[in-house]
Design a protein around this ligand. Structure first.
Ligand code: BES
Ligand code: MN
Length: 493
């Protein structure tokens, strides 16, 4: 189905090109979906312990796709021991046109529990779901769809006008889901090559199905591993239990001390760091639509579970307040729940950092607290936490945001909401800074039913199409509204 829009832009040549590109996109959308399926078949899990060959294969498939749609200088970047990133560009718009740096990531989370997937994780499958037809599979939304949005928009311009109105550089990362450990050396090596006037990241969520959002704040993340040891070996729990402390109970006590009765972080010094809300922020947050029933349904909370509310609105709480999650815990295994006292107990503790929180300091406070409260003189070791990231936020004003608002309204038929996001994208802050503080536009095709990181991840197909249409208009609107400041100056004599 094609949607036509009134020509509002003063530059009618540009809007005509965008309208033709939109038409092309709508007529060829099935091909884009097919390309996405091919990418999502590759199990490019970046976590340690998973075969890195798949991540390489996914980088190569991404490179092939970018080349096919008309990007040039396509390179699979190998540096240090990082999973490969992919770089490509289109610089034919010339020095008088602005340059956008496009970002997405091609690595994915592990699939999780096979038995809970209704369709196989790496066999992308179309099925009806919330909002209409959805593509189920790991990475369909997070974030292989993001790659498609960039690729489909350029292809639509090249296939219709034979040219694109702005210069493009694209980076598709291979290690986002494990915290972008090489991002600083990546930026050191490539920041100059990546100079641009604006960054467009397609890795965030819409407010709801068909309800577009621009993400203007992210939380950061720190994580530590904690291990409590009571014994040099596991022993019979009947022969020794009683006088001998159980490390699992000890760890449970340590973990329980991390939050108060209402689930708020109770580690001294952490919440104190959070920048207090201003009156203005509180007023703005109260306007964010929040319906408790819908929220509970979307996330799948069990009946009777209490919402642990902090701040003026649970939606705003997600990006404006910190939260603590224990992502894994291990002592023995269910099938080996033998009558013994385990020698050690282990957990990973993560904290989403909010504005004002210093990430390394948060990790240090967490570590010191756990070391202090471990009971019964047991050994405790807390490691990691050095590579955390802080929260990020941007003032959504200026021509890039104007362009995004207009483009998304054209793509979705309604204005985008400005929202924060409780998740993290480590690249955003250092990336924007390395490029001299250029604006970063965070858009994406996840939605409250996507279930990224969980089993049965899915992408709403109609929103992928709308996101591609928005991206076409975004290219045109940026070409019209942004003056090239830095991007191609180095290359032009
Ligand atoms: N796409 C997500 C970020 C996101 C989360 C967007 C929620 C919208 C809603 C991204 O791929 C992600 O999951 N990032 C990691 C980063 C971490 C490993 C530092 C995260 O937030 O856990
Ligand atoms: Mn992602």
């Amino acid at each position: 189905m094609s949607i036509s829009h009134p020509v509002t832009s003063p530059n009618s040549k540009l809007s005509q090109a965008a309208a033709q590109a939109e038409l092309y996109l709508n007529q060829h959308f099935e091909n884009a979906l097919e390309e996405l399926k091919q990418l999502a078949k590759i199990p490019s899990v970046s976590f340690a312990g998973f075969d890195p060959a798949h991540v390489r294969k996914s980088a190569e498939a991404t490179a092939v796709l970018l080349k096919k749609v008309g990007f040039e200088n396509v390179e699979v970047l190998n540096f240090e021991d990082a999973h490969p990133y992919v770089y490509a560009d289109y610089l034919k718009a010339g020095p008088d046109a602005p340059t956008a740096l496009l970002y997405a990531h091609h690595d994915v989370q592990p699939a999780g529990r096979d038995e809970l997937w209704l369709t196989p994780a790496f066999t992308p499958t179309l099925k009806e779901g919330p909002g209409g037809a959805r593509l189920y599979g790991r990475g369909t939304a997070d974030d292989k769809a993001g790659i498609l949005v960039h690729a489909a928009a350029l292809e639509a311009f090249l296939k219709t006008s034979g040219s694109c109105p702005l210069n493009l550089k694209v980076v598709i990362e291979g290690e986002e889901e494990i915290g972008s450990g090489h991002l600083h050396s990546f930026l050191k090596a490539y920041a100059k090559k990546l100079q641009a006037d604006v960054i467009i990241l397609t890795d965030t969520a819409n407010f709801d199905c068909g309800k577009p959002a621009l993400t203007i704040a992210l939380r950061g993340l720190i994580g530590v591993d904690v291990e409590v040891r009571a014994l040099t070996k596991a022993v019979h729990s009947g022969m020794w239990g009683g006088p001998v402390p159980d490390p699992v109970v000890a760890l449970a006590k340590v973990l329980a001390s991390l939050v108060d009765e209402d689930g708020r972080i109770a580690v001294p010094g952490i919440r104190e760091m959070v920048t207090p809300l201003t009156e203005e922020e509180i007023e703005r947050m109260k306007k964010i639509p929040f319906e408790e029933k819908l929220f509970r349904e979307q996330v799948g909370m069990v009946q009777g579970a209490k919402l642990l509310t902090e701040g003026p609105n649970p939606i705003a709480q997600l990006w404006r307040f910190p939260s603590l999650t224990i992502t894994a815990i291990q002592a023995s295994e269910r099938k080996e729940a033998a009558n013994r006292i385990n020698d050690t107990a282990w957990a990973r503790v993560t904290i989403r950092t909010a504005p004002g929180m210093d990430a390394p300091k948060t990790a240090a406070l967490l570590k010191a607290h756990m070391e202090k409260v471990v009971p019964w003189g047991l050994e405790i070791s807390v490691t990691g936490g050095e590579h955390g990231s802080g929260a990020w936020a941007i003032d959504p004003t200026g021509p890039a945001f104007e362009a995004a608002k207009i483009a998304m309204t054209k793509g979705y038929g309604e204005e985008p909401l400005m929202i924060g996001c409780g998740g993290s994208i480590p690249f955003v802050q250092p990336f924007a800074e390395a490029l001299g503080g250029v604006p970063a536009l965070l858009i994406g095709v996840e939605d409250p039913y996507t279930n990224a990181h969980g089993e049965n991840e899915s992408l709403l197909v109609s929103d992928l199409r709308k996101a591609c249409v928005s991206q076409i208009h975004l290219f045109a609107e940026i070409a019209e509204r942004l003056r090239p400041a830095r991007a191609l100056q180095k290359e032009v004599p």
